[in-house]
Design a protein around this ligand. Structure first.
Ligand SMILES: *Cc1c(COP(=O)(O)O)cnc(C)c1O
Length: 230
C-alpha cells in the first residue's frame, strides 16, 4: 500500500477504467471515502488529495470528525445503520443518509425535518442477497415501502444503497449489483412523488469495479484509501 494520496489516485484510476470499460464517463461516479476508525489527521491527507465526500457508519464518530474537519469543504454521508434515537443529532448535518430501512426511522426523520421546513435526502438500503447479518429491506418489500413513504413530505428519496456479501471473487456479487440497478428501474417506472432514482450507492474496496460496471454512481471506499482498519 502506498500513501493516502497515491491510494486515492489509484482508486480514481480504477473507477475510471471500470467506467470506460462499459462506456460510462468516470465523472458520473462519486467517490466517497469511508473514514470509520480513521483518525482526523489521516482523513486530512485524503482531503488534501482531493476527496470531497466522506462517509461514516456511526453518528458519534461522524460528529467528532465533522468537528475536527470543520475548516474543510466536505460533504458527509451517513452510510451505516441509523438508530431512531440518534436522528436528532445528525439529520441536518449530512448531505445524504444511505441507510433508510424502516417506516419508524422515516417517521423520526419526518418529525425532525417537517417543523424546520427542511427536506432530508435519503437512499433506501436494500439487502439484495438476503443475508441475515445485514440491514436493509428485502428487494420485494421496496416498492411497497416507497409507496408508504410518499406521505412523508420532508423525505426526498434519491436512490438505493446496498452492501454486497463479502466474497473472494467480486464476480460472484455481480448479480447483486445488477439486481439493485434493475430494482431502481422498476421503481422509476412507478413514478412515485418524492422518489427519484438518481443514485445507486454500491461498491466497496473488494467489489467497486464490478459495481461500477453494473451502474453504480456512488462507491464507498475505506480500505483501498486508508489501509486495513485496526
Ligand atoms: C466500512 C464500509 C464501507 C467501506 O468498506 P471497505 O471495504 O473498507 O472499502 C462501505 N460501506 C459501508 C456501509 C461500510 O460500513
Amino acid at each position: 500500500m502506498g500513501g493516502i494520496r497515491e491510494n486515492v489516485a489509484e482508486v480514481r484510476e480504477r473507477i475510471a477504467r471500470a467506467a470506460r470499460k462499459v462506456g460510462r464517463q468516470p465523472e458520473e461516479i462519486t467517490l466517497i471515502a469511508v473514514t470509520k476508525n480513521v483518525p482526523v489527521e489521516r482523513i486530512k491527507e485524503a482531503v488534501d488529495a482531493g476527496i470531497k465526500e466522506l462517509g461514516e457508519n456511526r453518528v458519534q464518530e461522524l460528529l467528532e470528525k465533522q468537528a475536527g474537519l470543520a475548516e474543510e469543504d466536505i460533504s458527509w454521508h451517513l452510510i451505516g445503520h441509523l438508530q431512531r434515537n440518534k436522528v436528532k443529532y445528525v439529520w441536518n448535518r449530512v448531505r445524504l443518509i444511505h441507510s433508510l430501512d424502516s417506516l419508524q426511522l422515516a417517521r423520526e426523520l419526518e418529525k425532525r425535518a417537517a417543523p424546520a421546513g427542511e427536506r432530508i435526502k435519503v437512499l433506501v438500503e436494500v439487502n439484495v442477497a438476503g443475508e441475515s447479518s445485514k440491514f436493509g429491506l428485502p428487494v420485494e418489500a421496496v416498492p411497497g415501502f416507497l409507496k408508504e413513504l410518499t406521505g412523508f413530505k420532508s423525505l426526498e428519496v434519491l436512490g438505493l444503497m446496498t452492501v454486497a456479501p463479502f466474497v473472494n471473487d467480486p464476480e460472484e456479487v455481480r448479480p447483486v449489483f445488477r439486481r439493485l440497478r434493475e430494482l431502481a428501474g422498476e421503481i422509476e417506472a412507478l413514478a412515485l412523488p418524492g422518489v427519484e432514482m438518481r443514485y445507486l450507492s454500491m461498491g466497496m474496496t473488494n467489489d467497486f469495479e464490478v459495481a461500477v460496471e453494473e451502474g453504480s454512481n456512488m462507491v464507498r471506499i475505506g480500505t483501498a484509501i486508508f489501509g486495513p482498519r485496526q
